[in-house]
Design a protein around this ligand. Structure first.
Ligand SMILES: NC(=O)c1ccc[n+]([C@@H]2O[C@H](COP(=O)([O-])OP(=O)(O)OC[C@H]3O[C@@H](n4cnc5c(N)ncnc54)[C@H](O)[C@@H]3O)[C@@H](O)[C@H]2O)c1
Length: 323
């Protein structure tokens, strides 16, 4: 992929992963349109695109005319989503309207305006549900634990149908927990690590719920690289892939590393996993992402300790914009 000549649409482009992707694309010389509705109390933040030379379009994929935005695109990175699990439980109609119905709107618009575009779709490990075995590969049964898992699975499958029936090059990446600069840290809506980062930077103890659950945290630069490679590797097109990150670590170990990297004064307490979330909790998860590694040569470069340190350094001078 010659990014310097590429026209790219990033949906969800003002969010956590989308804005990091926009920055990487602009650095490579791409012409980027970032579409974002700044919705659902997710990761959207105008500060995410500070100094990033994109055309930002504030619009809702449920109702905007998507054809002009797709017009002439070489690549569409499709990240816009309702991402909150509790939010999806509270309002499953809004959840499915974005994560599934609006995906069909985007598919139809892209068919007319960007028939050749490669699409990389941001999917999730969430719909595997509570893993029956670890690490989880792509043949693991799908058993969504919540409405958000259902809608994200449906959205992914509409895109894969578009590949099979219309021949569009589509790659779906089923992401694990991602973290790093531009993560929403105001509260715990976007992974536990967000609120932990806020607490240590404010000199307050943070809470670890449970502590034994395993996660293979993916640093955002590694995730961005995976999106770029997915688009530019024809052998990957037409496939769904798990994407993991660092070797699995327990929440307690991740908490200890966070405290270590934050330095003096940082601490945490442990409490029982809250009962209102236990019903949709998936327990431990880590991905078998060997298929993606084999197809693209991708491998995560950023160790957990390093990623946490880089995240803390990034937020320190910008904290006010993220609270
Ligand atoms: N961050 C993770 O750990 C993770 C894990 C698994 C999957 N994913 C997937 O990756 C993608 C990006 O996630 P993220 O963590 O950057 O979340 P995010 O909330 O930061 O980004 C999603 C963006 O989509 C926008 N959006 C939501 N509904 C919209 C609509 N109707 N119209 C236009 N824009 C809309 C939001 O405003 C937000 O900026 C999502 O599809 C998510 O499901 C993320």
């Amino acid at each position: 992929m010659d990014w310097a000549r590429a026209k790219v649409l990033v949906t969800g482009g003002a969010g956590f992963l989308g804005a990091n992707l926009c920055e990487a694309l602009v650095r490579r010389g791409a012409r980027v349109t970032a579409l974002d509705g700044f919705l659902f109390g997710g990761g959207a933040n105008p500060a995410n695109l500070d100094g990033v030379d994109v055309q930002l379009v504030r619009a809702d994929i449920r109702e905007a005319d998507l054809r002009p935005l797709c017009e002439g695109a070489d690549v569409i990175f499709n990240l816009a989503a309702q991402t909150s699990h509790m939010g999806g439980q509270r309002d499953p109609l809004a959840d499915i309207a974005v994560n599934a119905v609006a995906q069909v709107r985007l598919i139809q618009a892209a068919r007319e305006a960007a028939p050749e575009a490669v699409v990389v779709h941001a999917s999730t490990r969430q719909f595997y549900g509570r893993p029956r075995y670890l690490p989880v590969d792509e043949t693991h049964p799908v058993a969504p634990p919540d409405a958000n898992g259902v809608s994200k699975f449906a959205g992914e499958q509409y895109w894969m149908i578009e590949h099979r029936t219309a021949g569009r090059p589509v790659v779906s990446l089923r992401l694990t927990n991602c973290y790093g600069p531009r993560l929403r840290i105001r509260d715990a809506r976007q992974t536990f690590l967000g609120i932990w980062i806020r607490c240590v930077l404010e000199g307050r103890p943070f809470e670890v719920w449970g502590g034994d659950q395993l996660r293979d945290m993916a640093y955002v630069d590694d995730v961005t690289e995976a999106f770029l490679l997915a688009a530019s590797t024809p052998a990957a097109h037409g496939q769904v892939f798990n994407l993991g990150g660092a070797p699995p670590a327990s929440l307690r170990e991740i908490a200890e590393l966070t405290v270590k990297m934050a330095g003096a004064g940082a601490s945490f307490t442990t409490r029982e996993f809250p009962s209102d979330r236990a019903s949709i909790d998936i327990g431990s998860y880590h991905a078998d992402d060997s298929a993606f590694r084999a197809a693209t040569g991708w491998a995560p470069q950023v160790a957990l300790e390093q990623g946490i340190a880089r995240s803390l350094d990034w937020y320190r001078p910008r904290l006010a914009a993220y609270l």
